[in-house]
Ligand binder design. Structure first.
Ligand SMILES: C[S@@+](CC[C@H](N)C(=O)[O-])C[C@H]1O[C@@H](n2cnc3c(N)ncnc32)[C@H](O)[C@@H]1O
Length: 405
């Protein structure tokens, strides 16, 4: 892969970078697998961590709690196949393979292309048979379904550190896709994103006796910077309450059961030399809910019809009178947006961009971000125009500040 192509992947969906930070923070716990992975990834642009800062320490402990929660679920599930959605750069593949469970690490191509060879370095030949990584986009059903084509039997999807990055329309798409996968394969979906930031805030309170809201605000503004979820736009897993999150999942056709952290989490390794603090922390975590989610059997036929109607992505460029016209077809998401940006970066000699969205069926965060890059490259941002968008695409664009007559 050329560096240029790599750069394009990075540009269309910068959320991937957050996962490098998670690995770096977790490496501070001294866990050997995590340190091995951290030692093997590209750390350019990663900042160093100040472990004497209680905010950083709280981040590390809460990440560690979620990391071990993931591992405990993998051990306890009766599903033979575990889907790590999204896998980021963490060594869960090693854990699953040692349990003789099939592991599917799903993340953006920019992540899986880097982490798959790293995992291969630390898996023995027998363990390698259990592990696969796939570049997917969770808003794109086909990308996940294709990756699971050889799977038989129930799947256990585990999601940690993900839902809080998305606005309403992408969240809906992700939930619809997970729902469909669970209906097809059977199984269940676990997530610690129910109380992602609350866990960190609670950890901070136990460590310092400080203020929960202080750290909640810090964390939300950090994610805003990465994902631009900057207004009340349905980013329920960032801004909503626990009950709003639960209702949202119910509306998406799921049943949600909860259990408390200490039911599965009995030990926090980095606190092993501070048993009193560990005991206090685990007692406080009794407040925190992890969710076990299953798919109800709802309007399967309608859903199938919608997916069948979707056309494959295509793009057509033409240049006339300083106007670059681009016809788009199908879905513009993390899988397809790099193609648009790559072709766009080859163009020159225009001052205006006209997007014809007649056949555009969906635009995800990555597509919006690509439009933003294109718009910012013009001298006059008003000369970026989108026409003929269907109602759904228009709604998404409007929510993101585009104006239509
Ligand atoms: C905060 S990280 C969490 C990763 C991992 N679970 C962990 O705990 O380190 C968020 C991850 O979401 C991935 N991601 C962002 N958008 C995605 C999408 N549309 N489909 C799949 N993964 C996506 C990013 O690449 C990143 O690895």
């Amino acid at each position: 892969m050329s560096i240029n192509h790599d750069e394009i992947l990075k540009k269309v969906n910068p959320i991937y970078f957050s996962a490098k930070g998670c690995l770096g923070l977790l490496a501070e716990t001294g866990d050997v697998d995590i340190k091995n992975f951290y030692g093997s990834i590209d750390k350019e642009r990663l900042i160093s961590f100040d472990m004497s800062d209680p905010v950083t320490e709280s981040r590390v402990i809460s990440l560690e709690a979620r990391y071990h929660m993931w591992n405990a679920i993998a051990k306890d599930t009766d599903c033979q196949t575990i889907v790590d959605l999204p896998c980021g750069y963490l060594p869960h593949s090693l854990i699953a393979a040692r349990l003789n469970k099939n592991y599917y690490g799903f993340d953006l191509p920019i992540v899986t292309e880097e982490i798959a060879p790293v995992a291969a370095k630390y898996l023995n030949d027998a363990e390698k048979n259990f592990v696969q990584y796939h570049g997917i986009d969770a808003t794109n059903y086909e990308s996940m379904r294709n990756a699971l084509k050889d799977v038989r039997g129930k799947i256990c999807i585990i999601t940690d550190g993900f839902l809080g990055y998305f606005k309403f329309h992408d969240l809906k798409a992700i939930c619809a896709n997970v729902h469909r996968l669970l209906r097809e394969f059977g199984g269940c979906w676990y997530t610690s994103d129910s109380q992602f930031t609350d866990l960190m805030a609670l950890t901070y309170v136990v460590l310092t006796g400080g203020d929960r809201d202080y750290i909640l605000n810090l964390n939300d503004s950090g994610r805003n910077k990465i994902a631009h979820t900057d207004s009340s736009n349905g980013a329920i897993f960032m801004e909503g309450t626990l009950e709003e999150r639960r209702s949202f999942l119910k509306e998406c056709g799921f049943s949600v059961e909860s259990f408390r952290y200490p039911e599965k989490l009995k030990f926090i390794p980095s606190l092993k030399d501070k048993p009193d603090l560990m005991e206090k922390m685990l007692a406080a975590y009794q407040e925190m809910e992890e969710w076990l989610i299953t798919a109800d059997d709802t309007d399967a036929e309608n859903f199938q019809a919608n997916l069948d109607a979707e056309k494959p992505f295509a793009q057509e460029f033409s240049l006339s009178d300083n106007v670059l016209s681009i016809n788009l077809r199908g879905r513009l998401d993390t899988i397809t947006a790099p193609k648009l940006l790559e072709k766009y970066e080859e163009q020159s000699g225009f001052t205006e961009i006209h997007i014809d969205a007649t056949e555009l069926s969906y635009i995800s965060y990555a597509g919006l971000h690509t439009f933003e890059i294109m718009q910012e490259s013009l001298k006059d941002a008003n000369l970026f125009k989108i026409s003929n968008a269907n109602d759904e695409v228009k709604k998404i664009l409007k929510e993101n500040g585009y104006k239509f007559n």
